[in-house]
Ligand binder design. Structure first.
Ligand code: ATP
Ligand code: MG
Length: 253
């Protein structure tokens, strides 16, 4: 299969407001795509559209070879790590319990899932957390918890993985190693990955393509080209300006 995701002129309204419009975008099998954009830009909504969780107002969307009206048919082949999942962090669950949740669907009871333990073990091993299966999830560090949640989204062996700011709250080395892990999973398992992140540096280093969304898609292409685009400079101008203010203060100006 060539294109795993194809959107053309995609538009979404929520609560009577236009949240996404004119999104034209495609992802080839085996690519890691970084999605960046300011808060409220519609990044989460875009992932939810790919999962078939929001209604499409206009345009066309194909995912894993099926049109948006039939996305439920391919839902099992898509792994999803939603943004902000703090509720689980207080439950008395072990790491493998958290991964097991990824095997559940409305139609299945956990005790009836074939090869459950082997699948959970394999998912934990694939993120380098094989030794942590019985550890209480709430006692793990933020970075370890992110890996367990990644294992949960991998446990069904999806073809496509959607990650919504999985590295938020991690320090820079942890963000880097998380993105390196994604790169490795992409190469070893042939996974296609969409990664929403505010961390431009580590995403740009691992992504095959970068897309910048702010209601519509502003730029989309190779990271090296996107990073020098005039749009990105404008969108991130406040950061550039802030940094230069700090520099001036430090220099005593
Ligand atoms: N169910 C909803 N009803 C109405 N408006 C919504 C709904 N869900 C999201 N929105 C609005 O749609 C816009 C885009 O939200 P979305 O969560 O997709 O942004 P985002 O790019 O993921 O932002 P962030 O970086 O803060 O996570 C926001 O203005 C948000 O308030
Ligand atoms: Mg979001």
């Amino acid at each position: 299969m060539g294109e795993l995701i194809e959107a053309e002129g995609l538009g979404v309204n929520l609560g009577g407001r236009t949240v996404l419009e004119g999104i034209t975008f495609s992802v080839r099998a085996g690519q890691l795509t970084g999605i960046i954009g300011p808060n409220g830009a519609g990044k989460t909504t875009f992932l939810r559209a790919i999962l078939g969780l929001v209604k499409i107002r206009e345009g066309r969307l194909n995912v894993l070879g099926v049109p948006s009206s039939r996305l439920m048919e391919v839902r099992q082949k898509i792994g999803y790590m939603p943004q902000r999942q703090s509720f689980e962090k207080s439950f008395p669950l072990s790491a493998s319990d958290v991964v097991a949740v990824g095997l559940l669907s409305p139609a299945t009871l956990l005790r009836k899932i074939a090869n459950k333990d082997r699948r959970i073990r394999a998912a934990l091993q694939s993120v380098g957390m094989g030794e942590y299966a019985s550890r209480p999830f709430k006692d793990l560090s933020g970075g370890e918890q992110q890996r367990i949640l990644l294992a949960r989204s991998l446990v069904r062996q999806p073809d496509l993985l959607l990650l919504d700011e999985p590295n938020a709250g991690l320090d820079f080395p942890a963000q880097q190693s998380f993105v390196e892990l994604l790169h490795k999973l992409k190469l070893e398992k042939g996974l296609t990955i969409l990664l929403v992140s505010h961390d431009l540096v580590s995403v740009a280093s691992a992504a095959d393509q970068l897309a910048c969304i702010d209601r519509t898609m502003h730029v989309h292409g190779r990271p090296a080209d996107v990073l020098v685009s005039p749009y990105l400079k404008d969108a991130y101008r406040c950061q550039y300006d802030f940094l230069s203010t700090l520099d001036k203060e430090r220099c005593g100006h």
